[in-house]
Write a protein that binds this ligand. Sequence first.
Ligand code: MN
Ligand code: MN
Length: 466
Amino acid sequence: MSMTAEELKAKKSELFMEKKHAAHRMSDEDVAAANRFCEGYKQFLDDGKTEREAVSAAVRILEEKGFRCWKRGESLQAGDRIYVVNRNKAVIAAVMGTAPLADGVRLTAAHLDSPRLDLKQVPLYEDTELALMKTHYYGGIKKYQWTTVPLALHGVIVKRNGETVQVNIGEDISDPVFCVTDLLPHLATEQVKRPLGQGIRGEELNLLVGSMPVCCDEGGELVKLRVLEILHEKYGITEADFLSAELEAVPAGQARDLGFDRSMIGAYGHDDRVCAYPALLALCDCKAPVHTAVTILTDKEEIGSDGNTGLCSAYFHDFMRDLAGVCDTRAHIVFSASQCLSADVTSAYDPTFADVNDRRNCAYLNYGVCMMKYTGSRGKSGSSDASAEFVGEVRRLLDANEVVWQTGELGKVDMGGGGTVAAYLANLNIDTVDVGVPVLSMHAPMEVVSKLDVYMTYRACAAFYG
Ligand code: MN
Ligand code: MN
């Protein structure tokens, strides 16, 4: 018995999965709300270009929204809004739920560190009357992308006397900027034969910072001396103070709308502030949740999550132990009943580089927040691979709250891959799945996201907190 065209259409709409641009699945009001939301997000990007600055920006938002700094041992009640800061580089915030803590928490986790060029400990030198600074890149970068773009210096210097000075040069339009130079094409005959990964080598990422000597007829290193004079005048530092500094060269300038239609945002550091901000705002908008709602904004994800501000360390576990301590339960009981959205970006399909993706399984710009059952490399190595049961539960939740969402994976099988903090949280015996915003040009000085996807990540987190 053959089907009529009408029956065929009905059968397909019954049985096939439908994928659509978020604009076709959102009301005009929703699109307007997404655009408004992204104005706040762009401000957050500009305020927090380093993990330290992003923690400060997050704390400002939390305090405006009634959160207070919590000390171990202080008793807590339903509705209490608290945060703790770990070494100025990571923050955990929570809204206490009406259910007992032993019923588990609803946790979102994102990271605030982004790839960049860190200054080495002895950075400053002079060569041929140019002052330069040696850098050591942080995170996975394509080094050639970091040449000939204006860079700003952000960070802290701890002086000999223990005083800490904050540095932020290159963002104000009246500030100078810095850059890594590259070879002119005319003389790059040999350089262009290098493989792309070595087009610029690690030791060639030298920051140009000066060219004017101190006025004196004799003596060497007069340009370096002039730079140190300026730094001494401005910050009271000497060359030795670089030994105890954390200075990060990051792309200078503000987050910008991208495209004639302003549908996207081009900025440095979307990975992973583009998930951190929606998770944070969802927590702030959470009034009286049933389950205690927790957001972790962590550091060191880009270099493997080790170190005492990274999620491989004990700091989150210890926070939960402290929380359990004042709620008459124990951390392992809380973990076993908890759920986590590991909120990190994924790769968006790029038509210019189509062949790295399985088109049936990759994420697309504007198709909403992306849920990834697994990440990892090769045979899912390094991934926590969420269970069908938990993915099913999150799927029902997103659908029930009209969140536009999609699934994705980080490239074709064996093409490369990557991980997130999901595995470290899942290892605590927490049901965990990755959700996040698809990004074009991830880890480049300018990354691109879609505004609708950013907003849908907020909506997913808000639905999850309930
Ligand atoms: Mn990330
Ligand atoms: Mn990353």
